[in-house]
Design a protein around this ligand. Structure first.
Ligand code: DOR
Ligand code: ZN
Length: 347
């Protein structure tokens, strides 16, 4: 029998999708975002959202104030796309050197996305500008039509919105965020040249049974919602296969406990207390620890056209428990996998 490795060293990872919020929340979320990562793509769904380069500069300053002194972590800012985002704003974003993507939220698709895009048809010149300068379009890939079942919203989005979009803009760099279905895996890895994708730890670790059987677990509720097991398996196989179009994006999204444990609880899983270890756990279960570095540290920079990090992290095979809760604002927050035992620990 092959000896199992007890320690692995990989190039320092980046998180290609995360939420920090603003104000006092940054005192908690920024230090945790630096844990194990060297860069993070910062989602712009604040209230009001980060729709301009000037707003992104201001937000970036507030984030940077909360980076621990010994950390080399950098926030990579993103603009929130609206029906009114102009090509001029895209050129300005490109020149700013602080903006690394523009996020398309279909209006109302998820937390703080009410002012998202209602009509893609109006944005042709904006997409053309993005294609021209090589700006990444990050997409929350779900339709919002109330007649479409929530479990089908991603697959319908691919057919009705994404395919026509990438046909019209074949060299636009597209990142389909937090993919959750076999249909997305097939589209990204087989049917499309230009579309890449990020995958969260929750969609690799859980399926809808984990969330709904023998009681509702609100801390597993996120959007896109966890799907059936067949989709989880497709994501697991794809993520651990070494496919260069797939990379790590936690979608770590803090919500206070009472906002989640609520008769109308909000969507989001907070994974930044143990993010890289959760991925290591998954890759280890698939006997694919040798594929972790590509997924976590190389495929993302390759897609975004950024250099690899030149520092490294080590993970040790050591049992530890994810905390049951942490202090957040004047209340508490329940992390993804609260209280569960992990086999890998960041040293
Ligand atoms: O579950 C989610 N939470 N999905 C999203 O798309 C947004 C995020 C949030 O901001 O809380
Ligand atoms: Zn997100």
């Amino acid at each position: 029998m092959m000896q199992k490795s007890t320690e692995i060293k990989i190039r320092k990872p980046d998180d290609w999708h995360l939420h920090l919020r603003d104000g006092d929340a940054l005192k908690v979320t920024v230090p945790n975002a630096c844990r194990g990562f060297n860069r993070g793509i910062i989602m712009p769904n604040l209230v009001p959202p980060v729709t301009t380069v000037d707003l992104a500069h201001e937000y970036r300053k507030r984030i940077v104030q909360n980076i621990p002194q010994d950390s080399s972590w950098q926030p990579l800012m993103v603009l929130f796309l609206t029906d009114r985002t102009t090509p001029e704003e895209i050129y300005k974003a490109h020149e700013s050197k602080i903006i690394f993507g523009v996020k398309l939220y279909p209006a109302g698709a998820t937390t703080n996305s009410d002012t998202g895009v209602t009509n893609l048809g109006k944005l042709n010149k904006t997409f053309a500008a993005m294609q021209e300068v090589g700006m990444v379009l990050q997409i929350h890939g779900e339709v919002t039509d109330k007649n479409i079942d929530i479990f089908d919203r991603e697959a319908v989005f691919i057919e009705t919105i994404l395919k026509p979009l990438v046909e019209k803009f074949p060299t636009l760099k597209v990142s389909l965020e937090h993919i959750t279905t076999e249909e997305s895996v097939t589209f990204v890895t087989k049917d499309s040249d230009s579309v890449h994708a990020s995958i969260t730890p929750q969609h690799l670790l859980y399926n809808r049974n984990d969330m709904l059987v023998s009681g509702i677990r609100p801390h597993l509720f996120c959007l896109p919602i966890l799907k059936r097991e067949r989709h989880q398996q497709a994501l697991l196989e794809a993520a651990t296969s070494g496919n260069k179009k797939l990379y790590l994006g936690t979608d770590s999204a803090p919500h206070a406990r009472d906002q989640k444990e609520n008769c109308c609880g909000c969507a989001g899983c907070y994974s930044h207390l143990s993010a890289i270890e959760l991925y290591a756990e998954v890759f280890d279960q698939f006997n694919a620890l040798d594929k972790l570095e590509g997924f976590a540290s190389m495929h993302g920079p390759d897609f975004y056209g950024l250099p690899y990090n030149d520092s490294f992290i080590s993970l040790k095979r050591q049992k530890w428990k994810i905390p049951s809760s942490i202090k957040y604002l004047n209340t508490e927050l329940i992390p993804l996998g609260a209280n569960s035992e992990l086999n890998w620990k960041l040293i």
